[in-house]
Design a protein around this ligand. Structure first.
Ligand code: C2E
Ligand code: CA
Ligand code: CA
Ligand code: CA
Length: 278
């Protein structure tokens, strides 16, 4: 009786407005998107603050939806993370990004490749083996690959995660802690897992030049990261003032609209060649 009532509600529900896209619809469409090649990847440079040189790029996934147009990852990643789809999505991004990486290597760029992963990805079976196989498929040195781990609300097994990170680093693949400072479990994660890089969340970077509290947070994270032997990267750098301050604090790398918005890798390479020629 109750069940039948629930079915009725679903059957007669009005058409769903784009703003209120149901997770189930989104998951079904995302599965199609992966299969039908509606996804693509843009890259944003990671810049050495001391010299302004691009040393790596971060892969950011985009979805060109046939009806809804271009969708931001913030609209579909959180939904994907709540289902096994996130494993398919990450595998797709890793594959495409490594293929691109092989191509820019061929063209003479020595950039590292950062790919975003969720904790759920790193607790899936055979993840290290599959990552190493993906690098081999494209002839990319595993040392070029960095996996950026973002904290999520989805529960995962801490011990499995820790083991995976240890195994990845042993295979030469580095792990980075993304959005550092934004969440509550970051410090616990730092103690438990051997990360090679910390990325300072852009909410602190953004206000660096006008808010003393943010300045204190940024300076402390840089110090903490270096004490742990990590590379420290600031994301969301939008001005020369912020870039200069970060460099003065000893931050290693910067990323942000000040240098470059995410774009096609060929575009980045063309600009790099132009800058080098100047
Ligand atoms: P994120 O990993 O923190 O990536 C940085 C986000 O900040 C990107 O947004 C980038 O376009 C944006 N950004 C870069 N520079 C600036 C700046 O100077 N100012 C401002 N205001 N923003 C800047 P995007 O591409 O929309 O991605 C949003 C989030 O979606 C990412 O945050 C990441 O958590 C997630 N994401 C993106 N691609 C993937 C992916 O392939 N897999 C997974 N699991 N997550 C992804
Ligand atoms: Ca990231
Ligand atoms: Ca981030
Ligand atoms: Ca983020």
């Amino acid at each position: 009786e109750g069940k039948r009532g629930a079915t009725k509600i679903v059957t007669y529900a009005p058409a769903i407005a784009p703003a209120a896209l149901s997770p189930l619809v989104l998951q079904r469409e995302l599965a199609e998107a992966i299969a039908e090649d509606q996804l693509f990847v843009e890259y944003q440079p990671k810049v050495l603050l001391a010299t302004g040189r691009t040393v790596g790029v971060e892969a950011l996934v985009r979805w060109q939806h046939p009806q809804r147009g271009r969708m931001s990852p913030d609209e579909f990643i959180p939904v994907a993370e709540r289902s096994p789809l996130i494993d398919q999505l990450t595998a797709w991004v890793v594959d495409r990004a490594l293929r691109d990486c092989a191509a820019w290597q061929q063209a003479g760029a020595d950039w590292t490749l950062s790919v975003n992963v969720s904790a759920r990805n790193l607790t899936a079976p055979d993840v290290v083996q599959r990552a190493v196989e993906a690098t081999r498929r494209y002839g990319v040195d595993p040392e070029r690959l960095i996996l950026e781990l973002t904290e999520t609300m989805t529960p995962f097994d801490d011990e499995v995660l820790r083991r995976t990170v240890v195994d990845l680093q042993q295979a030469g693949i580095r792990v980075s802690l993304d959005d550092f400072g934004a969440g509550v479990t970051n410090l616990a994660q730092l103690r438990a897992i051997p990360v090679a890089e910390i990325k300072i969340d852009r909410q602190f970077v953004d206000r660096l030049d006008r808010e003393p509290a943010s300045e204190a947070v940024v300076a402390s994270i840089i110090d903490l990261g270096h004490r742990l032997g990590c590379t420290v990267t600031a994301e969301g750098v939008e001005s020369a003032e912020v870039a200069e301050r970060l460099a003065a604090y000893g931050c290693d790398l910067g990323q942000g609209y000040y240098w470059q918005r995410p774009t096609a890798w060929r575009e980045l390479l063309a600009q790099e060649v132009l800058t080098a020629a100047q």
